[in-house]
Design a protein around this ligand. Structure first.
Ligand code: AMP
Length: 175
């Protein structure tokens, strides 16, 4: 079962990047080519009921399987990046972190009005990051079709914040 294989491969790193956080390190997954194939295939099956025109991946770990998924679905991939990284004209969305704030950016021509966008990241925690990504997509007149994660930390209730944009939230492994 894909959930078991992901949980067996992910490495928990305590107190990274700061005390009290248990970081879910997905780099052991990336070293296992067979598991990477299986994850991409499982994402395609899990999302088969959705109408996806574009996959948007969140910097940086959302790029890894986001691109693989877009390729498997034969649709475009677009990167959502941290401020100052994208070279062309961008739109911005700021969001609050535990201390301070951060900004995500998207190329203004990355997504067309009316397109249905699947947002992908490696992990759902509080949901703040993908809420900001959703606002970027709506600013361009596009539609959030759903969310896909390898891992969801359900004890942080991030899913609740996503209902305002889409009822479709999927994760391959939940804690
Ligand atoms: P959030 O906005 O709280 O949902 O945080 C999600 C973003 O932070 C994702 O891009 C994750 O990669 C990263 N993240 C948050 N918590 C963790 C964690 N415990 N382990 C690994 N990545 C995390």
């Amino acid at each position: 079962m894909i959930e078991t294989r992901i949980k067996q491969s992910v490495r928990d790193v305590s107190d990274f990047p700061k005390p009290g956080i248990v970081f879910k390190d997905i780099t052991p997954i990336l070293k296992d080519a067979g598991l990477c194939h299986a994850i991409t295939a499982a994402l395609v099956v899990q999302l088969s009921g959705l109408n996806i025109d574009v996959v948007a991946g969140i910097e940086s770990r959302g790029f890894l399987f986001g691109m693989a998924l877009a390729n498997a679905l034969n649709v475009p991939f677009v990167p959502i990046r941290k401020a100052g990284k994208l070279p062309y004209k961008t739109i911005q969305q700021s969001y609050d972190l535990e201390y301070g704030s951060a900004t995500l950016e998207l190329h203004e021509d990355a997504i067309l009005p009316g397109q249905h966008v699947l947002i992908h990241d490696d992990l759902l925690a509080t949901g703040g990051t993908v809420v900001a990504a959703s606002k970027l997509i709506e600013k361009l007149g596009a539609v959030v079709e759903g969310y896909s994660f390898l891992i969801a930390l359900d004890f942080l209730n991030g899913r609740d914040r996503l209902h305002a944009f889409s009822a479709n939230t999927f994760a391959l492994a939940s804690y």
